[in-house]
Design a protein around this ligand. Structure first.
Ligand code: SAM
Length: 270
């Protein structure tokens, strides 16, 4: 059987990326989480579980939605990401939010106890994605909602191709693992939901853009995202060359923005 993650270690990658991720997230990761919370529409008094919550971009929006009588539980296994989430929650005085270290493939949560299950940019990091969605589904009570968010087909377009070309110009055989590409388009996402046996789900795809001020902006994104794994594996010297190539290509092609496409799966348990 092929290994879709091929050595990609999300815990190590996101622990290392945590401060850069947070830096980058002010620009572009945040909106996917707030949009996911809006789509799942938690109500006053409900229990929300945000798995693979990372630095917690969705926790405060969920906290406000459920109010003082509700609760929000954020779970992730990258403790350095969670530290940022905890600081964020503490700074906001959000007493209804609890942040827990845990593996989303082995959640210690009572089945049927959750009103809203959120997972933003996390599902593609586990081998058995349909099994993961089934396990999330089992945690929901009747009428509970599940919102799963993944990247779209043209995420980081055109810079992702520039980056891949730059890496291969330096190291032709280098295997750039991009777990998020496992759910590359709406058809793959739909097939996953069907395989997981979800009923009555809806899919939505959005396209946004992010302005890049300069080449440093792009590299900040590389180091604050899962692409960091590639940059680090290349070693400092080669990574510097890749960075320079990306900058040159941006100049030559006049690239001033990247496309951000995102996909949202929403399902309500009958
Ligand atoms: C791309 S980040 C997304 C974080 C956050 N949801 C956001 O949108 O900013 C992926 C997160 O998934 C977490 N993750 C990956 N596999 C996990 C697992 N099996 N259990 C818990 N967290 C996991 C990583 O630690 C990382 O924080």
């Amino acid at each position: 059987m092929s290994d879709p993650l091929r050595g990609f270690d999300p815990k190590a990658t996101y622990d290392a990326a945590s401060s850069d991720y947070e830096d980058a997230s002010r620009d572009f990761w945040q909106y996917m989480s707030t949009r996911t919370v809006e789509l799942a529409a938690p109500r006053s008094g409900e229990t929300v579980v945000d798995v693979a919550c990372g630095a917690g971009p969705g926790l405060l929006a969920a906290s406000r939605a459920v109010g003082p009588t509700g609760r929000v539980i954020g779970i992730d296994f990258a403790t350095q990401m969670l530290e940022i989430a905890e600081q964020r929650v503490r700074a906001a005085g959000a007493h209804n939010v609890e942040v827990r270290t845990g593996d989303m493939t082995a959640l210690d949560i009572e089945p049927g106890s959750v009103d809203v299950l959120l997972c933003v940019l996390g599902v593609f990091f586990v081998d058995d994605m349909p099994g993961l969605l089934r396990s999330f589904w089992s945690l929901l009570r009747q009428g509970g909602r599940m919102a799963i968010t993944v990247l779209g087909e043209r995420f980081f377009d055109p810079m992702i191709d520039v980056f891949v070309d730059a890496v291969h110009a330096e190291r032709p055989a280098f295997d750039i693992v991009q777990p998020w590409r496992r759910i590359r388009d709406a058809a793959t996402f739909r097939a996953l939901a069907e395989e997981a046996g979800l009923q009555g789900f809806t899919l939505r795809e959005d396209t946004d853009t992010l302005t890049l001020d300069d080449a440093d902006d792009w590299w900040r994104i590389v180091m604050g995202s899962g692409l960091r794994r590639t940059a680090e594996a290349l070693g400092e010297d080669t990574a510097a060359k890749v960075r320079a190539r990306c900058g040159e290509a941006m100049e030559e092609r006049g690239v001033r923005e990247v496309e951000l496409s995102s996909q949202y799966l929403l399902a309500t348990k009958p």
